[in-house]
Design a protein around this ligand. Structure first.
Ligand code: GUN
Ligand code: ZN
Length: 462
């Protein structure tokens, strides 16, 4: 076993959900202006202020990271690996966008070399964005799923993913039968689930693209592998939600389709959830199911505004992860997601004058935002015992943020809030983080570390 190493710098993480601390959100966070993180065998062995922790670990090799904010690695709850090359396709909403851009591109992933090259680019992009964990869709071809898991394994990154099944409303050469989806999924679960940091998600693409036979195959997989994840889409787009009942007659709403096949509950994620009813929100909450909030995508495709204040209602709180949804999301960056989430929340809030508490819950403060892409995202995915903050025992994935990176250096707010010594109080740090999420971009991500190893370092700006 390698000897423990220390990382010394300015740390910010979360111990609770800021939505539970309205008016006192800092109580959900921790800030150490001079902190020390001890890493042993890729995991966090100790964490706290330098003064306290250094006493317990003498003669330690310490890496100093000055003038930066160190946060847990970002968690992307919803992303499409085979859409890495089609970001920014003009002018379509979900259903025509899938036909025109997505299926033709994803078909190319039957070719192993094409998929392998994309997997490298995919993880390079994630790391350059500070993302260390994601839940990803693949394609209907098993080779794409294999290449994704293999590349994650080479980098020792935590990944939730699975073969993405579709047997309706796609080109014939892209679709697979329910039987072959079942057989391929079985083989992939045996090969990858809980191997290293890999976790397997049974992945019906969406109910509109699934026959009853495909969803029955998913039910069987979930019954046979109850500790697998389930990942899909739900109530994203108006036309989609109108048409879905033709494929699944007798289901009262969109969620009822997944309920009918035993797919909801802990470790279930439905992407988007824009058009969910109050009743669906309540059932999601009661069953411990999660929604992935993807504002970049929701705005890019014009799908709509997710009701964040409704999902975070304490009487029926729904677990959330936040996702880029690349390539309907036009950025790999979860900082970009926070930027868009803030604006969606402000628009929602402005339209809720008659419901001030729900309006307030839509406001994405830096505490709410950064919790959502770290510990909150991990809770949404039920992987918070593994990642999400700096609690000892968790995996040492973290991101090093540069509050002067890119346009932030010019921002008047940054120069007002930070003197040469960096942020000294938790509110100063939160203020800086708000600047990073609203003004920053990938240049704010200076380094990304996975299991205690630095896998990404930004090139020096000229
Ligand atoms: N619904 C079914 N497939 C997709 C997809 O690839 N992207 C998005 N945003 N929604 C979907
Ligand atoms: Zn998606």
């Amino acid at each position: 076993m390698a000897p423990p190493v220390g990382i010394r710098g300015t740390f910010f993480d979360f111990v609770d959900d800021p939505w539970k601390h309205v008016g006192h959100e800092h109580e959900a966070a921790r800030f150490h202006p001079d902190g020390l993180l001890i890493v042993e065998d890729g995991k966090i062995a100790d964490f706290g202020s330098y003064d306290d922790v250094s006493k317990r670990h003498r003669a330690l090799e310490v890496t100093q990271i000055p003038d930066r904010l160190i946060l847990p690695g970002f968690v992307d709850g919803h992303i499409h690996f085979p859409q890495t090359r089609i970001l920014g396709a003009f002018g379509e909403q979900l259903l025509p966008w899938l036909q025109r851009w997505v299926f033709p591109e994803e078909l190319k992933y039957q070719d192993r070399d094409y998929a392998r090259d994309a997997a490298r680019r995919f993880f390079d992009n994630l790391l350059a964005s500070g993302t260390t964990t994601c839940q990803a869709f693949t394609t209907s071809a098993p080779v794409a799923t294999e290449e994704l898991f293999d590349e994650a394994t080479r980098r020792n990154m935590r990944l939730i993913a699975g073969l993405t099944g579709i047997d309706r409303l796609a080109p014939a050469e892209y679709m697979r039968s329910a039987d072959s989806f079942y057989a391929d999924s079985k083989r992939l679960i045996a090969r990858y689930h809980r191997q290293g940091r890999n976790l397997y998600a049974i992945t019906p693409r969406y109910a509109l693209g699934a026959t009853e036979a495909l969803l029955a195959a998913c039910r069987r997989l979930k019954q046979e592998h109850p500790d697998c994840w389930v990942n899909t889409h739900i109530s994203e787009d108006r036309a989609e939600t109108r048409e879905v009942y033709a494929a699944h007659p007798g289901c009262a709403d969109y969620l009822a389709i997944y309920e009918k096949y035993g797919l909801t509950g802990p470790r279930f994620t439905g992407g988007h959830g824009i058009w969910l009813s109050d009743d669906e929100f309540e059932r999601l909450s009661a069953s411990g199911s999660a929604i992935s909030f993807c504002p970049c995508s929701n705005l890019f495709l014009g799908s709509g505004f997710f009701r964040l204040g409704r999902a975070t209602d304490p009487r029926s709180r729904v677990r959330l992860s936040w996702g880029t949804d690349v390539g309907a999301g036009n950025r790999f960056s979860l900082l970009g997601v926070l930027d868009q989430a803030y604006k969606v929340g402000m628009c929602n809030a402005a339209s809720l004058e008659d419901r001030p508490e729900e309006a307030e819950r839509n406001k994405v403060s830096p505490y709410r935002g950064f919790w959502s892409i770290t510990l909150g995202g991990a809770e949404g995915l039920y992987i918070d015992p593994l990642v999400g903050n700096f609690a000892p025992g968790k995996e040492a994935d973290f991101v090093v943020l540069d509050w002067n990176g890119g346009p932030l250096a010019q921002s008047w707010r940054q120069s007002l809030t930070v003197d040469a010594a960096g942020p000294q109080t938790i509110d100063q740090a939160a203020d800086l983080l708000f600047g990073i999420m609203m003004v920053g971009d990938d240049r704010a991500v200076d380094e990304t570390w996975v299991m205690g190893r630095r896998l990404y370092k930004k090139r020096v700006e000229i």
